[in-house]
Design a protein around this ligand. Structure first.
Ligand code: BES
Ligand code: ZN
Ligand code: ZN
Length: 490
């Protein structure tokens, strides 16, 4: 499916989409919709006058096979009370329209989107994605009838340039969704690293640390997580130097990439364990964001670091009670091998701040089930030692509809992870599970401005939204991209 930003042309074949407002509890056609209505002999206003159509946001009414125009159907879509909708609403409309028309039979959809064209197209692009590569039978494969989506605007130059960037961001979101959707037998550290190398064609430098290299650096925390798996544990570092000053201090994004989390010897229960293929969602957000940032040639220096590892039980697996020494030198008593994400991030964060001295580090991870208990699937939780970064992230999250909610951290929580025999233990007891996980990470941020984003609830959804099919959301890509775009570009 190709999205084209085009000039307004109401005489196209296929489906034509026009808009109505909700005024005084009634539908009011926009000027373009009125023009179309006149051409088809008033069929649109007639249809809108029937039943309960009021032009409410997203409300639709359809006129099929009208005479007087080329189009096979006209879809009238409600904007709600305001003509000036937000970017977020434009994306939602794009998504709603594509769901309605994707399989309806037309090869072309033409949307009279006006100044919102770029975001309507973006919403359509995000919503049409489906992870269907493993279907082989006719029964399962549902091919959209639509090939071309023309999003029409009078503001062509601006809309085209806005959409150029949004298309790159969508590439990043879709890469993240693909990675998260892949099962653990296909996506394991080595195959994952190969996929990340594909970013080289965008100008991203890729470095891979293997187990020997990590051993050399003293990274027993991440290596301990992978020691029960037959897959090699890897750390992948992505570098995008888009700033005018190639030596300018970078910003750093860090991701948990547990390609499958069985829990290890602290084995998870069987029911629902298959979901743990998405335990690399934090790393996928980082990889997707790097793709978006490099794709749109962001004028910023950005480092992405992901720890790729499989958490398996076996004769060589880490035992509960084992003590490991992290790269930082701090020792960790591993009480529960299922609290592995923080062990992975501990070495990733320490390495990142020591090697790159970044302005800040943001880590993303499907870190705790407790996060879903606290915030459900709407907001991701953020935990930080820096107020300004939190404010910037909150604003970015609102703008792109990937919202975050700040959670508290502090000494009283921190002491819950003190251990009797090592510098810390990797779990903090029954209460405040997401916060004690964050306290653990903070000990490896080493004074660097840092935010931890727990995306356990937002990386995967059981229900479709206006901009995503059910399944992997790609959460985090848009958030990180926007944070950088609004605050950290030349
Ligand atoms: N990957 C899980 C967290 C998770 C659970 C994410 C469910 C999404 C959905 C993580 O590694 C884990 O197992 N955490 C434990 C921590 C506990 C042992 C302190 C948890 O949340 O139960
Ligand atoms: Zn776990
Ligand atoms: Zn995990």
């Amino acid at each position: 499916m190709k999205i084209n930003i085009t000039e307004k042309n109401l005489s196209q074949s296929g489906a034509l989409v026009v808009f109505a407002l909700n005024e005084n509890e009634q539908a009011k056609l926009t000027d373009t919709a009125s023009d179309v209505d006149v051409k088809i002999g008033g069929a649109l206003s007639k249809a809108a006058g029937l039943g309960s159509y009021k032009g409410k946001f997203g409300q639709m009414v359809e006129v099929v096979a009208p005479t007087g125009i080329e189009a096979s159907r006209v879809l009238l879509v409600g904007l709600g009370k305001e003509f000036n909708i937000s970017e977020k609403q434009a994306e939602q409309l794009g998504g709603k329209i594509i769901v309605k028309l994707m399989y309806a039979g037309d090869e072309t959809i033409s949307i009279a989107a006006g100044s919102h064209a770029a975001h309507v197209g973006f919403g359509a692009l995000l919503r049409q994605y489906k992870f269907d590569k493993y279907y082989t039978t006719e029964k399962n494969i549902k091919t959209p009838t639509v090939h071309n989506v023309n999003v029409m605007t009078s503001d062509l130059a601006n809309s085209i340039s806005a959409f150029d960037d949004l298309e790159k961001i969508a590439d990043g979101v879709i890469m993240a969704r693909n990675l998260v959707s892949e099962p653990g037998n296909v996506l394991y550290p080595e195959s994952y690293a190969e996929q990340i190398k594909e970013l080289e064609f965008l100008g991203v430098e890729i470095e891979v640390l293997d187990e020997d290299a990590m051993e050399e650096l003293g990274m027993e925390a991440i290596l301990g997580v992978g020691q029960g798996s037959s897959s090699e544990t890897l750390m992948v570092i992505m570098t995008w130097n888009g700033s005018k000053d190639k030596d300018a201090q970078p910003v750093a994004l860090v991701g948990k990439g547990v390609t499958f989390d069985t829990g290890g010897i602290s084995l998870k229960p069987g029911a629902g364990m298959e979901d743990m293929k998405f335990d690399m969602g934090g790393s996928a957000a980082v990889v997707g964001a790097m793709k978006a940032i490099a794709g749109r040639k962001a004028k910023s220096n950005v480092i992405g670091v992901v720890g790729l590892v499989e958490n398996m039980p076996s004769g060589t697996a880490q035992r509960p009670g084992d003590v490991v020494s992290s790269m930082s030198g701090q020792t960790i008593e591993v009480i529960n091998t299922d609290a592995e994400g923080r062990l992975v991030l501990a070495d990733c964060l320490w390495y990142t701040q020591e090697k790159y001295k970044p302005k800040f580090m943001i880590d993303l991870a499907t870190l705790t089930g407790a996060m879903m208990v606290a915030l459900g699937q709407e907001y991701a939780g953020i935990f930080s030692n820096n107020d300004q970064l939190c404010q910037q992230l909150s604003a970015a999250g609102e703008a792109v509809d990937e919202p975050v909610w700040r959670m508290p951290i502090g000494e009283a929580y921190d002491k819950l992870i003190n251990s009797d025999i090592a510098d810390m233990k990797n779990v903090g007891g029954r209460y405040a599970g997401s916060i004690t996980a964050a306290q653990f990470l903070e000990r490896f941020a080493n004074e660097t401005p840092w935010v931890h984003i727990d995306i356990a609830g937002t990386a995967w959804k059981q229900k479709a939204s206006d901009v995503a099919e059910k399944g992997a959301t790609g959460y985090g890509v848009r958030l990180l991209d926007r944070l950088i775009k609004d605050n950290y570009e030349d």
